[in-house]
Design a protein around this ligand. Structure first.
Ligand code: NAD
Length: 257
């Protein structure tokens, strides 16, 4: 198994990418800490892991709060003895996030608090735990929007993901000689709750799909497999990357008809 004897903490693991990753990491031998604000679905992720023969515990953690972030790391060490993998994946895309003129300040602040400060806080409390374990792997979920601009604006979301990408690079450089690898995972548009509630009409979906060479939305499972590679020792020389799993969207200028 590819994550035998590892302990992984995954934020936003009640749904989408985080949930699929929790199930996959556990199937590959990791003990998983499922962290989220959605307790009902988070408990379900942990229960599903256990029912499949794996090890998991759920912890309520709002990643924008320092005390919750500190606690989720403590739960990992108290429950499973150590922390080897930190997947800072929780994020929001607010329906009122728009252009600079129309986006309210509170929407900007909320998005930054969860998507960007949440990653910082995960690292603030997670890195000392990884050090105690002799090193490890951090994966921060950014997005293809950190690399491309869109005329359908989500200014706060895009800026937050740009921040995640540049913060990841710097963290990778700082901690490279401590056996701590830090990579960003940049998904393309996915068929998860987050994007489908935003692209809530067929017309909006098609407008986005026109730009994806593969002509379809990605699945959370396809991102989980990339996270598995970055989490495992197979990626031992990989750090500071912007790991794209995007159906070709960032490579495209004109897509096939
Ligand atoms: P999702 O909505 O299915 O899952 C996100 C999870 O984060 C939910 O379980 C939610 O409860 C949790 N969450 C929200 N706020 C939180 C907080 N303050 N503290 C802890 N947990 C919180 O979405 P997803 O598509 O699986 O998204 C996961 C990550 O992938 C996000 O960072 C998102 O920005 C990123 N991403 C998604 C897409 C896409 O198209 N879906 C594309 C690129 C990047």
């Amino acid at each position: 198994m590819r994550l035998q004897d590892k302990v992984a903490l995954i934020t936003g693991a009640s749904s989408g990418i985080g949930r699929e990753t929790a199930l996959l990491f556990a199937a590959e031998g990791a003990a998983v800490v499922v962290a989220d604000v959605n307790d009902k679905d988070g408990e379900k992720t942990a229960a599903d892991v256990t029912a499949a023969g794996g090890k998991a515990v759920y912890v309520h953690a709002d990643v924008s709060k320092a005390s919750d972030s500190e606690n989720m790391v403590r739960v990992a060490e108290d429950t499973f003895g150590k922390l080897n993998i930190l997947f800072n994946n929780a994020g929001i895309m607010h329906s009122a996030d728009d252009n600079a003129i129309t986006t309210e300040e509170n929407i900007w602040d909320l998005t930054m608090a969860i998507n960007l400060k949440g990653v910082f806080l995960g690292c603030k409390y997670g890195i000392p735990a990884l050090r105690r374990a002799g090193g490890g792997s951090i994966i921060n979920t950014a997005s293809f929007v950190a690399l491309l601009g869109a005329a359908t604006p989500q200014l706060a979301y895009t800026a937050s993901k740009g921040g995640v990408l540049s913060m990841t690079r710097e963290l990778a450089v700082i901690h490279a000689r401590e056996n701590i690898r830090v990579n960003a995972l940049c998904p393309g548009p996915l068929r998860t709750e987050l994007l489908m509630s935003f692209l809530n009409t067929e017309e909006k979906k098609q407008r986005r799909l026109v730009h994806v060479p593969m002509g379809r939305f990605g699945e959370a499972k396809e991102i989980a497999y990339a996270a598995l590679y970055l989490a495992s020792d197979e990626s031992s020389f990989v750090t500071g990357t912007e790991f794209l799993v995007d159906g070709g969207i960032t490579a495209a200028y004109v897509t096939p008809e």
